[in-house]
Design a protein around this ligand. Structure first.
Ligand SMILES: *Cc1c(COP(=O)(O)O)cnc(C)c1O
Length: 368
């Protein structure tokens, strides 16, 4: 089976052993080193490491003072953590439909969802594809709103030459299957020194000096062991993202013209980070999405569905008092995408031969 994800952290072995031998397990010099590498990678002045990507979103919203009574506008077609993070702060989530080509939030839809209570926009760089940051930055400025980027899947992506995470507060995940991993981990990037300071306080019980507390905080810290896993990958981040781009280009070349298949591509002016290479099946396809997934499994190609339902389309959210506007009819592009998407393997460890196997399997399964 060609797997849809590949975790590759063996190059961290010596650094992890160093941490074990040092006995210094809690947040320290390696976390700082990982933060510095991340700030460099996103071209931002500050990066604050936390224990996972969901925490990164929660802390970012909290640092901006977002809470009960505030509304946050996001995409309905994302991993559930985006919605859970908003709800964790006490704020209300509201959704905008997607751009039909790139599956990131449509700025016109976002504009239409703004109410007097809107406090922040939370676009998701889905699969590693940057959202339309020019339009969203302008909207945020016009309406006095905060901008938080869910860049969990998008480390290495750029929008008009600028790395994602450099537009608003950038929130990254370092979960096991993400483009760069610490097993579990997260990172928040910003140029704003005041926000970075607040994030560092929130992360460590609001503690300014030993047993002296500036604000009520939490424990969001990353451990040295986790940082040790990420540092070697950060050093080869360009190679890792280049491998994904190379594989995505080869898949798109091989699959071009397949009837019933919509292929992903870079949005205008963007460099996709290719966390996922996600195709969509139209009504013209000879198989359903699930039929294609089965046919590919039979041919030794693992696939994933990101995501089978919109985030609000589960009983626990449909009736949630702080989840606003939960009709599939209001977000038809997103609703269609949830029925059509299928992710193919695109990870850095694929061989050229495996890419050819994937292309042949898809073409054969669809009778192309
Ligand atoms: C992975 C992910 C998160 C959450 O990250 P964790 O590290 O798993 O907590 C948030 N948003 C999106 C879009 C993700 O893919």
């Amino acid at each position: 089976m060609i797997p849809v994800t590949a975790v590759d952290v063996t190059d961290a072995e010596s650094l992890v052993i160093e941490v074990l031998r040092s006995g210094k397990l809690a947040q320290g010099a390696l976390v700082r080193q990982l933060e510095e590498g991340f700030a460099e990678g996103t071209g931002t002045r500050h990066a604050v490491a936390v224990n996972n990507g969901t925490t990164a979103l929660v802390a970012a919203l909290q640092a901006l003072g977002i809470g009960p009574g505030d509304e946050v506008i996001t995409s309905p077609f994302t991993f559930i953590a985006t919605l859970n993070a908003i709800l964790s702060t006490g704020a209300t989530a509201r959704f905008a439909d997607l751009d039909a080509e790139h599956l990131t939030v449509d700025p016109d839809g976002v504009a239409a969802a703004i109410t007097p209570r809107t406090a922040a926009l939370l676009p998701v760089h889905l699969y590693g594809q940057p959202a339309d940051m020019d339009a969203l930055t302008a909207l945020a400025a016009d309406h006095g709103l905060h901008l938080v980027e869910d860049a969990a899947q998008a480390f290495g992506a750029t929008y008009r030459g600028a790395p994602v995470g450099s537009f608003g507060l950038g929130c990254f995940s370092l979960y096991a299957t993400k483009n760069i991993t610490t097993g579990e981990g997260g990172m928040i990037t910003t140029d704003d020194g005041g926000l970075a300071d607040r994030l560092r306080l929130l992360r460590n019980h609001g503690m300014r000096a030993h047993y002296s507390y500036a604000i009520p905080g939490h424990n969001y810290r990353m451990s040295e062991l986790h940082a040790a896993l990420g540092i070697p990958q950060l050093a080869r981040r360009e190679e890792l993202v280049a491998a994904r781009r190379h594989n995505a280009a080869a898949l798109s070349k091989g699959l071009a013209g397949t009837p019933g298949l919509i292929l992903p591509g870079d949005a205008p002016g963007c460099e996709h980070a290719w966390h996922q290479y996600t195709v969509r099946l139209t009504g013209d396809a000879t198989l359903t999405r699930d039929g294609l997934a089965r046919a590919l499994a039979e041919r030794g190609v693992e696939t994933g569905i990101h995501y089978p339902r919109l985030v609000f389309d589960h009983d626990c959210y449909r009736t949630h008092p702080r989840v606003a506007g939960t009709s599939l009819d209001d977000v038809p592009v997103a609703a269609a995408a949830a029925r059509q998407v299928l992710s193919l393997p695109v990870h850095h460890a694929l061989t050229g031969e495996q890419v050819r196997v994937i292309v042949t399997a898809v073409r054969e399964a669809l009778g192309a």
